[in-house]
Design a protein. Sequence first.
Lengths: 323, 254
Amino acid sequence: MSQDIYVVIEHLRGQMADISYVLCAAARQLAAASGGQVVGVLLGHNVQGLAQDVAVDRMIVMDDPQLADFIPDRYQQALAGLLGAQAPRVTLFGDTSIGAELAGGLSVQLGWPLVSYCRSVRADDGRLMYISQLCGGKLMAEGEIPAPHALVAMVPGGFQAEQGKGSQPPPVEMIAPAATAGGRIALKQYIEPESGDVDISKEAILVSVGRGIQNADNIEMVEELAKVLGGVVSASRPVVDQGWLPTTRLVGKSGKRVKPRLYLALGISGAPEHAEAITDSQTIIAVNTDPSAPIFDIARYGTTLDMFDLVPALTEQIRRAKQ
Amino acid sequence: MHIVVPVKLVPDLVEELVIDASGCALDPDTLRLQLNEFDGHAIEQAILLKERGGGQVTVIAPDLEGVDDVLYTAAAKGADRLIKLCDSFGQSVNNHAMARAVAEVIQPLQPDLVLTGVQSHSDLDGAMGPLLAGYLGLPYVGYIAGVTLSDGRATVRKEYPGGLVAELEVTLPAVLGIQAADQPPRYVAFSRIRQAMKTATIEEQTVAALDASGGPVIMRMYKPEVAARATMLDGGPDEVAAKMVALLRELGVL
Ligand SMILES: Cc1cc2nc3c(=O)[nH]c(=O)nc-3n(C[C@H](O)[C@H](O)[C@H](O)COP(=O)(O)OP(=O)(O)OC[C@H]3O[C@@H](n4cnc5c(N)ncnc54)[C@H](O)[C@@H]3O)c2cc1C
Ligand SMILES: Nc1ncnc2c1ncn2[C@@H]1O[C@H](COP(=O)(O)O)[C@@H](O)[C@H]1O
């Protein structure tokens, strides 16, 4: 057993995921309190050059052709072998479509407790504490990270990626995975995101609609507003899942990060999975009938007017202002 | 093909959330519960698979307020068997405990496929899907938007950020965490639900004593303090629109 804090470095098809840096920033805090080292764990094939700028004390690289792509059961087996043998105090994962399922599976396989939705960590009198967000960011829950071993899955927001960057490449230790057995899950192919539509991550003005839009017919009203503003329409997940707008317009964790000059959020609650992708917007203006909607915590300006009352009036006034 | 869908009731976030006297949990008496959004997709996916390839769909839910409506609605959509898990559990039961209990109910059903919602917002110890898969000894893939079945295998579309999708093949039996069904969940008229209330039966199963190990203890629950809230624009539609136009000018957008 050690006091080390392990970080499972997340990457996909040769690209480091931002959450990896966030994990390193959190790990540094925990290691300072536990007295251990921050150890990165990088699984993949020919990935050694990938994580040169993460703030870890050392890096364990498990390189194997079987790990070239993220295959959940193979990754889980490889990690179970490593973590079981090294027994770190805490292992951090991204609470993402890669990290969350690894952490859950390993919690059962290793018998180690799991804390998810973790947004921040801190030390309190030598105890390692988690701070997690629940209920779409409307509540926080705090407690001790269970001992002697625990898995923690982290969401972004509590630490800046910059805080997890290091100035020099960490020393690397190559460890061959004891097992990559799995074989019940296989990768067939990647399907690239649709192209040909506008790229919302490059647009300066986004008029974004959420479930508050109610039905497909109402999209037209918002298209109109976007047109007079010289922007494009983007959306939250429910709107895309209903098929009212194409996936290319999805803003959020499973969609795109955006950084427009103006993000006008209409009928969007501001759930963490949406909010995390709009924080680089220059100005967010939110229209939401619920005064306690979390979107107002990140918006610069807001109104609780009904969007169906406001949007026609706004469209009209902008049209006039432009004449 | 037997598909089992365990579903969960979660607090409606539009309602005010009240923390109880202990300061560590939500006050169950003030909560309005509703079906977890992703479970609606999991049920839809199960029904779609049944419609395409035949089979049986079983929906399992813990006995919390509103559970009968949820189960009868699933029946109206095409679910064949409804199971209600009975015990004194409240909202505070963690997912490790629930997953162990649900695994014991699911095991004897010998399903080919278990579909869970990808996650819910109200628990702290990981989504149930991967935990359940662990206890059942089955493979798990989550964040799925699209499932097809053939030859004892499921072909699933797993979502990554930015719209990238991986098509994976999973040997059955397996547990899948559904993010979105192939098609949006269908609407079902209240008359059909009322019909289901008359014809469908809800089986009650008592679960064994719950074991909460594997989840963290919550020492404090609170509403986040916000650094700065939005400046609110007051007035009627025309007034607010005028204020926004002025703002947009200031911001150089107009
Ligand atoms: C793994 C994962 C990934 C996800 N990825 C994404 C993602 O990429 N993008 C994303 O957006 N979500 C994502 N989600 C879903 C996310 O958790 C939320 O469910 C979603 O963002 C909610 O969308 P919404 O705000 O439009 O709907 P809701 O949360 O239902 O909010 C609708 C809002 O509209 C307001 N409203 C209703 N009527 C009106 C009206 N007439 N005028 C004004 N306001 C009105 C309501 O007050 C409410 O606040 C993801 C979830 C998971 C689990
Ligand atoms: N108490 C429960 N009873 C039945 N199914 C559940 C329960 N808790 C979670 N699930 C399932 O697991 C999914 C993920 O939710 P959660 O584990 O709460 O993140 C839900 O969408 C349900 O499909």
